[in-house]
Design a protein around this ligand. Structure first.
Ligand code: IPM
Ligand code: MN
Length: 377
């Protein structure tokens, strides 16, 4: 039995979570596991009613679950970022979920905005550090509203914090066994504090001589993601840069309607959510795309040790998106509930069938991928 806390949240959160749970039910049925879902009320409505954002008691309660499934947080009636910081960051920091895992995977060429690119070109994973950097909350505003106002927000990087997420990324790269290439994305040329990433990456890398060390500054990484996305296998990066490049990554594979993430502390309760926000303008209209939430359920199943079910969900989404029945991943292409039904039906249909043979890889990357890290650096 897996105990799952469900925070549907705001805007389109409840709608996409409903479809995610539909797929979870289908997977439980055909792969033979049980999941008990317990709703948690946190979000804008709860705050406006009670004044409570995310109390300590909720964080304590979250520790007793196997996973948290979250829809979306954010509401125009509430001060910008207040609920997001309390609930999303509250869980990431409070549960010490130091890995933010964000696959960038293209299921069908029709969803890719890049010319002549297909699934064989876009299949990489971003490992975003999730507990430090400018998100750590060290900073503030002094003399607010005066001509002498000062605003400071520190980027914090600790050796232990870098090391654990870098080690996770090396291990993941080895498990994937794709190109065995791990790319560090940073801005250590301009932000010299990020030299701690450079050094930690090289030192931990000594333990992984089967993994090629690669490096790109974040500006160049954005350029390579568009120009030669097939170069990337696993990327490890800081919290802020990981936030930014994964929105770009999402758009390369069809948009926010499909991009999922796992906030993970290996072996502990972890949190799974779509990357998209609460999209208030689509709320309650049954037009939001639930596939990102559904893919988040797939990632959650993997974390819970239900590997067959996780693969089943992923393959169901792949079959659905290559079948021609879904022509766009944007909101409104198909009703939210219909897409959820289709995905759940695919999960049921796919159970017991063998997954297709691995796709052809993109072959040798063309000239001029991200530059190799100079050995002496
Ligand atoms: C994300 C979001 C969050 C972040 C916001 C809502 C705080 O953009 O999960 O990518 O910046 O991490
Ligand atoms: Mn983001």
């Amino acid at each position: 039995m897996h105990d799952i806390a469900v925070i549907a949240g705001d805007g389109i959160g409840p709608e996409v979570v409903r479809e995610g749970l539909k797929v979870l039910d289908a997977a439980a049925e055909v792969y033979g596991f049980r999941a008990k879902c317990e709703p948690m009320p946190y979000g804008a409505e709860h705050f406006l009613k009670t004044g409570e954002t995310f109390p300590d008691s909720a964080l304590r309660a979250a520790h007793d679950f196997d996973a948290v499934f979250l829809g979306a947080i954010g509401d125009p009636r509430v001060e910008t970022g207040m609920l997001e910081r309390a609930i999303i960051s509250g869980l990431r920091f409070g549960l010490d979920l130091y890995v933010n895992l964000r696959p960038v995977r293209l299921y069908d060429a029709r969803f890719c905005p890049l010319k002549d690119r297909g699934p064989e070109h876009l299949d990489f994973v971003v490992v975003r550090e999730n507990t430090e950097d400018a998100y750590a909350g060290l900073g503030g505003i002094l003399k607010k509203g005066t001509p002498n106002e000062v605003a400071v927000q520190e980027m914090i990087f600790t050796r232990a914090g870098c090391e654990r997420v870098i080690r996770y990324a090396y291990d993941l790269c080895r498990r994937r066994g794709k190109h065995n290439r791990l790319t560090l994305v940073d801005k250590a040329n301009a932000i010299r504090a990020q030299d701690i990433w450079t050094r930690t990456f090289a030192e931990v890398g000594l333990e992984y001589d089967d993994i090629r060390q690669d490096h790109a500054y974040v500006d160049a990484a954005c350029m390579w993601m568009v120009k030669n996305p097939e170069w990337f296998d696993v990327i490890v990066t800081t919290n802020l840069f990981g936030d930014i490049i994964t929105d770009l990554g999402a758009q390369l594979v069809g948009g926010m309607g499909i991009a999922a993430s796992g906030n993970i502390h290996p072996g502990r309760v972890s949190m799974f959510e779509p990357i998209h926000g609460s999209a208030p303008k689509y709320a309650g209209k049954n037009t939001a795309n639930p596939l990102a939430a559904i893919c988040a359920v797939g990632m959650m199943l993997d974390h819970l040790g239900e590997e067959a079910a996780a693969r089943g969900v992923e393959e169901a989404v792949r079959r659905l998106l290559t079948s021609g029945r879904v022509t766009s991943l944007s909101a409104g292409a198909l009703p939210t509930s219909v897409l959820g039904d289709m995905a759940a039906a695919e999960v049921r249909a796919g159970a017991g069938t063998k997954p297709p043979a691995p796709r052809a890889t993109a072959g040798k990357p063309g000239r001029g991928g991200p530059r190799k890290r100079a050995a002496a650096r």
